[in-house]
Structure formats: structure tokens, C-alpha cells
Design a protein around this ligand. Structure first.
Ligand SMILES: Cc1cc2nc3c(=O)[nH]c(=O)nc-3n(C[C@H](O)[C@H](O)[C@H](O)COP(=O)(O)OP(=O)(O)OC[C@H]3O[C@@H](n4cnc5c(N)ncnc54)[C@H](O)[C@@H]3O)c2cc1C
Length: 431
């Protein structure tokens, strides 16, 4: 088959058919964005009896939630030593425990809602691109065991063939608790689950304006959309890398970064066994990293920050070739494998590369997943829903400092991305 500029996962999933209905006049909670965060929040809030409208400018799962690698990962983007130096031991312990709980949260939701999305606790493997990255693994494993009571395993270079059919790495680190799933099927299932709980989803409904407005003595929001206005007592922004000028304060704190993926044709079983004998979710130790895995139907899915800028026809096309070369560097065995699909999506990075949740200008939000969002977004959706419903859930990402751009030099247009790309490449070179 010729190369398709299309998200492979979408060819495997049935999305809920949602009829276009008139918007309600008022709701308890309006959620902007129908990805993992928004739908998970909608399900929990509706189960608690709230009247919920999910407003999505495109369709369910259109954003990063259907486009990602499907890696359900423990930990956070930043390493544990850095987390401890930023937040101290106690808060980092709570954050790490939360990161483990995020994977349980996805598993429980998949089970409760019987979502057919190939969820499997196959574990993840991080591979070291340099000897000093590998040397750091032993230190990390020791800190994680001592501080967080969680066991990872170091894999020496000469044992790595049991984990991966590539000899370019200096060793690896395995966490058996991480999982994999098919993200498009998962987000489609979450959409169904939110609807079943009683939430209403409005597709092709772009939020265009938000204004504080009281009604009958109750404070709330007048929301203008491409399909008319509505009023909500609370607003929850779940817009991740697609956050726009509609929520300017949030937009200024987030950097949208493109990430791209290719998948090969279906591979022979013997080759599959050689490439990834334990079917792990794999990523490397660079800042400008590659992440890869087998799909349930045995394609190699290979992703990375090939172009850095968010997805356009041009960046997607360019990424296909860059990623193919990257894949062959890792796996020369795939030199002749055909690439069937290429696509891209947008991630959201906060300036401190941490997830953040809470309230800004009176509006709730959960963002900043930095490529670690499948599990964390689902979890934050639930936790923020509990908070909006009046509970006091433990959520260590609420209330931590949420920095903006240094010197405030950012209005939401990431003019510095080419420099950031070069900076990350430079860091990979020197570190
Ligand atoms: C290529 C790629 C690979 C990735 N791989 C992984 C991985 O393997 N593991 C992992 O953990 N994470 C991964 N991620 C990150 C993960 O996919 C995201 O963190 C997660 O999906 C974020 O979910 P979300 O619901 O917050 O946002 P999204 O799924 O991006 O949803 C936001 C939605 O908001 C909507 N929206 C925005 N503005 C408006 C508006 N004004 N009105 C109405 N709707 C609006 C958008 O249309 C969009 O659908 C990857 C991301 C990408 C792009």
C-alpha cells in the first residue's frame, strides 16, 4: 500500500455516532475538549449527578488522545532526582505515587466500562543512548526503590537482546507496571462511557469566548460557541496542546510541540519476536527522543519529535522520512519494511515540563502532560471532576508553582520553537 498521511489507529476504532442537538441553555459544568482529560472528567461528574456539556471543536478524540503512541507510563517526564530537587522528598513521593495510580486508574476504567482497547500490562523499557545515561539508571532505580517503594530493573548491555533486537544502546531500565493500549479505541470507549453516565457531548462546537456572568444570583460563565451560547456554573479547560486564545492565561503557560509517528506494514512474526521479544513500550534516553512499540496487529510504530512544529501537511511529510531513518538506525532489520502510515499531533509542555491542574481566573484546568498524558490525563480528569464536585481529592499537581515564560516573553505563539529544537539537540550532544 502507498504511504498514507493518516492516523493508523483511526483505521482500527469505531467512534460513537453523536447526533448534533441544540445546546442546552445552562449546565453545571462545561468542559472544553473531548480527549482523555475532558471525557474522563465528564464521566465522573455525570456519575455524581452533574449536568455536563463537553464542547469539542472537532470530534471525540480528535486531538492528541487518538494520535499518541498508546504508552500508559509510570513516572513523569522529569527524572526523580530533578523532581526531588524541585519539590522536596514529601511532595515528590506523593507525585510518584500518583503516577503509579494513574496506570491503575486507566486499567480500572477500561475494566469497568469494558473498553475493548488492547490494554495490557506489558511494561516499559527505557534504553540508554550514552554510557553516562546508563550509569544514571542504577542511581534512579536505587532512589525509586528507597523513596517510593517501587521496583524498576536495570538491564545490562549484554542482556539487552532479551528486551530489544537492537545493539545501539548501552543498556536499559524496565518498569513492569507500565502498560500499552490502542488510544483511539480507548478514547472512543471513554466517549461512550461519558455519554452512558449522562454527559452530553457536542461535536463541531468550538468555544469562541468565555465571560464571567452571574445568573439568578449564581456566579458562572457565559460561553459563546460556533453553535450558539450557553451558560455554565463551572468551566473546565481540557484542551492540552490545542489550547487557544479563548483561554489566554492558560495559553501563555503552554508550549505546543509537534510529535510524529510512522507505522510499518504488518511484520512477520519471527521478526516481531526479534524486535521486541517482550512487547514493551520503548523510549530512549535523549531529550529529542524516539519512542516505539509494536501495534496489536504487529506493525512497528515509531515516533519522535521529528519536526517540533505542530502538525501540518509539510511537517508530516518531512517527518515520515526523518523517522524512517531513525527507525533504521535503531532496527537495521526494518530497512526494507514499507511505511504504511504517518501522522502527527500536538503535545503541551509547561515551561517546567510538569503536569499542572487547578484554577486560573476562576476556570478549572488540567494540562502540561509533556508526552506522558495517556494515564495522567485520564487521572487528572477524574481528580479535577471530584474537586469540581466539591470533594478534596489528593492531587499533588494542584497548587504547585505554574511558571510562565522567562521574562514573560511569550504571548502563546511559540516563535522560539526552532531554537528550542536546536537547544534540545545540543543538550543531547553534550549530556
Ligand atoms: C504523536 C503523539 C504521541 C504521544 N504518545 C504518547 C504516549 O505514548 N504516551 C503518553 O502517555 N502520552 C502520549 N502523548 C500525549 C497524550 O496523547 C496527551 O497528553 C493526551 O492525549 C492529552 O489529552 P487531552 O484530553 O488533555 O488533550 P487532547 O486529546 O489533545 O484534546 C484536546 C481537545 O480540545 C479540543 N479543543 C481545543 N480548543 C477548543 C475550543 N476552543 N473549543 C472546543 N474544543 C477545543 C481539541 O479539538 C482537542 O480535541 C502523545 C501525544 C502525541 C501528539
Amino acid at each position: 500500500m502507498a504511504l498514507q498521511e493518516h492516523n493508523y489507529w483511526l483505521t482500527t476504532a469505531d467512534f460513537p455516532k453523536i447526533e448534533a442537538r441544540p445546546l442546552p441553555d445552562r449546565v453545571d459544568v462545561a468542559i472544553i475538549g473531548a480527549g482523555f482529560t475532558g471525557l474522563s472528567a465528564a464521566r465522573t461528574l455525570a456519575q455524581r449527578g452533574a449536568k455536563v456539556a463537553v464542547l469539542e471543536s472537532e470530534t471525540v478524540g480528535w486531538g492528541a488522545s487518538s494520535r499518541n503512541g498508546g504508552m500508559v507510563l509510570t513516572g513523569m517526564k522529569l527524572g526523580v532526582n530533578q523532581l526531588i530537587s524541585m519539590y522536596g522528598r514529601d511532595l515528590t513521593r506523593r507525585m510518584y505515587a500518583a503516577s503509579l495510580a494513574t496506570v491503575d486508574c486507566v486499567e480500572q476504567l477500561v475494566r469497568e466500562e469494558a473498553i475493548d482497547c488492547d490494554f495490557s500490562r506489558c511494561g516499559h523499557l527505557e534504553v540508554a543512548c550514552k554510557q553516562k545515561h546508563f550509569d544514571d539508571y542504577a542511581r534512579q532505580v536505587e532512589v525509586i526503590a528507597r523513596e517510593f517503594n517501587h521496583q524498576l530493573r536495570v538491564v545490562q548491555r549484554d542482556e539487552l537482546s532479551a528486551e530489544i533486537g537492537s545493539n545501539i544502546y548501552y543498556g536499559g531500565m524496565v518498569d513492569e507496571v507500565s502498560a500499552g493500549l490502542n488510544p483511539a479505541r480507548y478514547v472512543a470507549g471513554l466517549g461512550r462511557a461519558a455519554t452512558k453516565a449522562g454527559a452530553e457531548i457536542f461535536e463541531r462546537t468550538r468555544v469562541e469566548g468565555l465571560q464571567h456572568e452571574s445568573r439568578e444570583g449564581e456566579s458562572g460563565w457565559k460561553i459563546t460557541t460556533s453553535r450558539g451560547p450557553l451558560w455554565a456554573r463551572e468551566v473546565f479547560a481540557a484542551t492540552s496542546g490545542y489550547t487557544s486564545r479563548v483561554t489566554p492565561a492558560l495559553q501563555k503557560k503552554l508550549i505546543p510541540i509537534g510529535s510524529f509517528i510512522i507505522t510499518t506494514e504488518v511484520l512477520p512474526e519471527k521478526l516481531v519476536q526479534e524486535l521486541s521479544p517482550r512487547n514493551r513500550m520503548i523510549y530512549d534516553s535523549k531529550n529529542y527522543l524516539y519512542y516505539y512499540r509494536l501495534t496489536p496487529d504487529r506493525r512497528m510504530l515509531f515516533g519522535g519529535r521529528a519536526a517540533f512544529f505542530p502538525e501540518t501537511d509539510q511537517t508530516i511529510r518531512r517527518s515520515a522520512e526523518i523517522l524512517r531513518r531513525g527507525m533504521i538506525d535503531v532496527y537495521p532489520q526494518l530497512r526494507d519494511a514499507k511505511i504504511d502510515y504517518v501522522w502527527g499531533g500536538t503535545l503541551d509542555f509547561a515551561f517546567d515540563i510538569m503536569p499542572h491542574a487547578g484554577q486560573l481566573d476562576g476556570m478549572y484546568y488540567a494540562v502540561g502532560y509533556a508526552g506522558h498524558g495517556v494515564a495522567m490525563a485520564t487521572y487528572q480528569g477524574q481528580k479535577m471532576a471530584q474537586l469540581i464536585a466539591g470533594d478534596k481529592p489528593d492531587n499533588p499537581f494542584v497548587g504547585i508553582k505554574f511558571p510562565g515564560a522567562p521574562l514573560g516573553l511569550y504571548n502563546g505563539k511559540p516563535w522560539f520553537l526552532p531554537f528550542a529544537g536546536m537547544w534540545y539537540k545540543f543538550l543531547d550532544w553534550v549530556s
